[in-house]
Design a protein around this ligand. Structure first.
Ligand code: FAD
Ligand code: COA
Length: 413
């Protein structure tokens, strides 16, 4: 049900569904099989105005909000997970960070690339810094009017395909003093020292490369530093705040995959007959289908709410708690719904000739990438308890000492 959407939003949804159910649906199995980036779908998204949707009008975009972009994401993902993910990355994450923190020069550069179909890459994770992203070691050293970046990232979505890169790195001044974590923009093909490493052989979402990226004396001019409002010192927090839009987007891809699986199961259950009657007449399956519909509606409400929180919470990005709650719930829901929907198909669900196993494989990712379901629970817990919850031993010990000292002081007063 979409009764709370405006006429324009319903129009976006309908147009997106038309596109998704035609070209995107036709390509989906092939994209999975060949593991090729779906350039035809990117072209179709670009022509339909579904890339750069959140880019403001002054930079050539339509100035849509995150909810509107997510309507497109859900429709794409219902037929093709990789295309859903592309719809996220051309509308959220790196592009929204640039549109809110960037200079006019950076906004124009990013807008031109994205509006012509480039899916930016966001480069945070390192081999030794996954969940503990703030422990990254990639460094950017100031040298005159530029920064020199050295380090290695992995699991970068779109490595070798994306042109615009937003690289998170530890920043050092000319005296080697650390200033914090910053964001650096680099364009593949123009920046020397941005090297492509190995591609991961992934379980699902195979149409998008996940690769290593190696920075070897990558030179980034000062005008390509994406400086968040509170500078390098709080750069990590500000960049992660922008990343909340991507978490809502990732949750929406999981939602779309669940929707696709559910729709297929609903149709199949009414067609397939056993014991002389449609399997949809068996209560065992009716309740599975009913549960799927409940889970999907609940997930969609959470994500729409999270998307709409942007701009209403003192930040242009979705609220961190709502984004985390939405992604936890939806990513876990999608595992259950895609598995149950596969079950409704019986052996056909297990066959690569039908889409169910692909949807289930694609859905498996979302409790991992973009902040695991465990880490996001810690984010939620920290915020609902109003407590810092450091995960390192040192951080925890320091907090315990500070808390004890505070208690002693209070007792002495
Ligand atoms: P680890 O951090 O090593 O975690 C291993 C396990 O330990 C997990 O179950 C985790 O939940 C658990 N764990 C760790 N710490 C805690 C804790 N404190 N409390 C409880 N449990 C904990 N990264 C990018 O920068 N850019 C991308 O474009 C990108 N795309 C990705 C695409 C895909 C398909 C995937 C799978 C990953 C992608 N990532 C990307 C990386 C992703 O963000 C990381 O995989 C994720 O943050 C987890 O890091 P890790 O894999 O190193 O797991
Ligand atoms: N939105 C807004 N602010 C955020 C944030 C988010 N999603 N994540 C972290 N921050 C802020 C924190 O509130 C904190 O600010 P404070 O000092 O005012 O309290 C600051 O950033 C540092 O966060 P903290 O949780 O203290 O950092 P940590 O060193 O313990 O690291 C994280 C934990 C943030 C790395 C971990 O929670 C996380 O998100 N890991 C997953 C990384 C990820 O999603 N990678 C995806 C790559 S595509």
């Amino acid at each position: 049900m979409s009764f709370n959407l405006t006429k324009e939003q319903l129009n976006i949804k309908t147009r997106a569904r038309d596109l998704a159910s035609s070209i995107v649906a036709t390509n989906a199995a092939e994209v999975d099989k060949t593991e090729q980036y779906p350039w035809d779908n990117v072209k179709a998204l670009t022509e339909a105005g579904f890339v750069g949707m959140t880019i403001p009008r002054e930079f050539g975009g339509p100035g849509c909000n995150f909810l509107e972009a997510n309507l497109v994401v859900e429709e794409m993902a219902a037929y093709c997970g990789p295309t859903g993910r592309i719809a996220v990355e051309v509308n959220m994450g790196a592009i929204s960070a640039v549109m809110h923190y960037g200079t006019d020069f950076q906004k124009r550069l990013a807008a031109d690339l994205v509006l012509s179909g480039d899916k930016p890459a966001i480069c945070i994770t390192e081999p030794e810094a996954g969940s503990a992203a703030s422990q990254m070691t990639t460094r950017a050293d100031k040298q005159g009017d530029k920064y020199i970046i050295n380090g290695k990232k992995h699991w970068i979505t779109g490595g070798g395909v994306s042109r615009l890169h937003l690289i998170f790195a530890r920043v050092f001044d000319e005296n080697g003093i650390e200033l914090g974590i910053g964001g650096f923009l680099a364009v593949r093909g123009e920046a020397e020292g941005l090297k492509l490493g190995a591609r991961e052989p992934t379980m699902g979402l195979r149409g998008i490369p996940e690769t290593e990226l190696i920075f070897e004396d990558l030179e980034v001019a000062e005008n390509m530093v994406l400086m968040p409002p509170s500078g390098f010192k709080r750069g990590f927090a500000d960049l992660m705040n922008a990343y909340n839009s991507q978490r809502v987007g990732a949750g929406t891809v999981a939602l779309g995959l669940a929707v696709g699986a559910y729709r297929n199961a609903l149709e199949f259950a009414q067609e397939r007959e056993q014991f002389g009657r449609p399997i949809a007449e068996f209560q065992g399956l009716q309740w599975m289908l009913a549960d799927m519909s409940v889970q999907i509606e609940a997930a969609r409400s959470l994500l729409h709410n999270a998307a709409l929180s942007a701009g209403h919470n003192g930040s242009p990005f979705p609220d961190p708690t709502l984004a985390a709650q939405g992604k936890i719930f939806t990513s876990e829901m999608a595992l259950k719904v895609t598995t149950d929907a596969l079950q409704v198909f019986g052996a056909r669900g297990y066959s690569r000739n039908f889409p169910m196993e692909r949807l289930a494989r694609d859905a498996r990712m979302f409790t991992i990438g973009g902040g695991t379901a465990q880490i996001l629970r810690t984010v939620v817990a920290s915020r609902i308890l109003g407590m810092k919850l450091p995960q390192t031993r040192d951080g925890f010990s320091q907090l315990a000492e500070e808390t004890a000292a505070k208690k002693n002081l209070q007792a002495a007063e």
